[in-house]
Write a protein that binds this ligand. Sequence first.
Ligand SMILES: [Zn+2]
Length: 216
Amino acid sequence: MSRPLKFRILVVDDEECIREVFGQLLQREGYEVATAEDGFDALLKLKQFLPDVIISDLNMPRMSGFEFLSVVRRRFPKISVIASSGAYGSRVVPTGVLADTFFAKGQEDTQTLLSSVADLLQTSAARAVAHQEESAPVWIPRNGKDSNGIPYIVITCTECLRSFPLNVTKEENPEVLETLCLFCSNRVKYIIDFSLSVTSPRRVLSTPLRTTETAA
Ligand SMILES: [Zn+2]
């Protein structure tokens, strides 16, 4: 009998030490591991390395885990996902995060992570079916203000794939919202990702405002 293929795990985290620690831990368990440093990097990795399980951080620059996981659920519904974050107190999957399970980084020990991986591998066939039946909401970074100073987002329709802008009038906790596509009237489910606006470096504002005061 030929040697069974190794299960593959993709670790996505912007912190290098987390990628190393998780990577070594999983390799010692006999898994084949690849790592990526944010959502975009992970999508590139997925072109060559199709994992059985993805472990992804949520707050990352460029493309957050929220957005990345919603893309994964739509494009790779067979992959099981663990969302990992130190930013939530509870051990449940945060609202709207498309993950099978949640790992509270820094609060739970790594043994818990390993048993979550093992559980997901055992139940992956059933989960793949459930994933395909779900309609995954799109996570959208809030990406600008219009000429009247009102924040807007750009939504890409999951059906006709055309994009259209939508004004955002209030900031709410992440929840699943719905809108009709301007072009095909498909009902698009979306969630606004405020995590990027919190963590992104604001280069424009970094010009020293204090100098005007001190110079006066
Ligand atoms: Zn459409």
